[in-house]
Design a protein around this ligand. Structure first.
Ligand code: CP
Length: 292
């Protein structure tokens, strides 16, 4: 049985095949590919995009979705997450989608289930479906010619699981990853070019991916305020000028901290296209793992 814990669980060929399915799902009507299947979502952290897009994807493929309200589940009575998942598994679902603040937790659950586990984000470790939809958005924009393209991932690259998954996935498709962050958010690694300002590298970039400061994973005592941070790291129309750059953000966007209102309206900004692609990619992943 195949799970999706991290993007390396899929080969390059499998990812390209997911993209073929996602492309079809973007234009096709709802169908019954997963009719009779039941998918459980367990979100122990907040979510707007990932949870609803998994649920919409499942419903578009004819599956039923059961979303456990973790706030009122028996974990609040002291049940361990392992027992919770073993009990859900005993009800024989066809897939379990989980988001949790603990790095590595989804992988440890694999031994407790008889169905695929899909990691919807574990702490600062991984967010594989986000990275897949980001890559899909890039891939479609450049008509599949990703080799040699350069991305700047900007902001809290140390604490962002989106950055974690993307810096592992994008180089597999020939994309050079540049990390742009203040010292306090730097990801210590010699594998990537590192910059302290956007201005010094933006002329070389084909893609900018802005990130939200992960305030739930640290406190922002490094800066006097988010506005102070924004002076150097917000994506503005002055920075972008008339450059031919694809602008991405996984959401949620802190307006005028991560990206200005003006740039969010700019046609180069594909934030909502990423969200649309997210439904298609998650549908492709559900189809692959459940029907395997
Ligand atoms: N990008 C992302 O994971 O958004 P949500 O937290 O809203 O799911």
């Amino acid at each position: 049985m195949q799970h999706l814990i991290r993007t390396s669980d899929f080969s390059k060929e499998e990812i390209l095949s997911l993209f073929d399915d996602a492309r079809d799902f973007l234009t096709s009507k709802p169908n019954e590919i997963l009719k009779g299947k039941i998918i459980v979502t367990l979100f122990f952290e907040n979510s707007t995009r990932t949870r609803s897009s998994f649920e919409i994807a499942a419903k578009r493929l004819g599956a039923e979705v059961v979303s456990l309200d973790v706030g009122s589940s028996s974990t609040s009575k002291g049940e361990t997450i392992y027992d919770t998942v073993a009990n859900i598994n005993a009800m024989k679902p066809d897939a379990i989608i989980i988001r949790h603040s603990e790095c590595g937790l989804p992988e440890t659950l694999v031994g407790y289930v008889d169905c695929p586990i899909l990691n919807a984000g574990d702490g600062r470790h991984s967010h594989p479906t986000q990275a897949l939809l980001d890559l899909f958005t890039i891939y479609e924009h450049f008509d599949g010619k990703t080799d040699g393209k350069k991305i700047g991932i900007v902001g809290d690259v140390r604490n962002s699981r989106v950055a974690g998954s993307n810096r592992r996935l994008l180089p597999r498709f020939g994309i050079e990853v540049n990390l742009i962050a203040p010292d306090c958010f730097k990801y210590e690694s010699d594998d990537f070019k590192q910059f302290s300002t956007i201005a010094e590298v933006i002329d070389d970039l084909d893609i900018v991916m802005s990130l939200r400061s992960q305030l739930e994973r640290h406190n922002l005592t490094y800066f006097e305020s988010l506005n102070e941070y924004a002076k150097d790291f917000c994506i503005t129309s002055e920075l972008m000028a008339d450059k031919d750059i694809l602008l991405l953000h996984p959401g949620p966007v802190n307006r005028n901290i991560d990206i200005t209102d003006e740039m969010l309206k700019d046609p180069r900004c594909k934030v909502l296209e990423q969200v649309t692609n997210g439904v298609a990619i998650r549908a492709a992943v559900l189809k692959k793992l459940i029907l395997a």
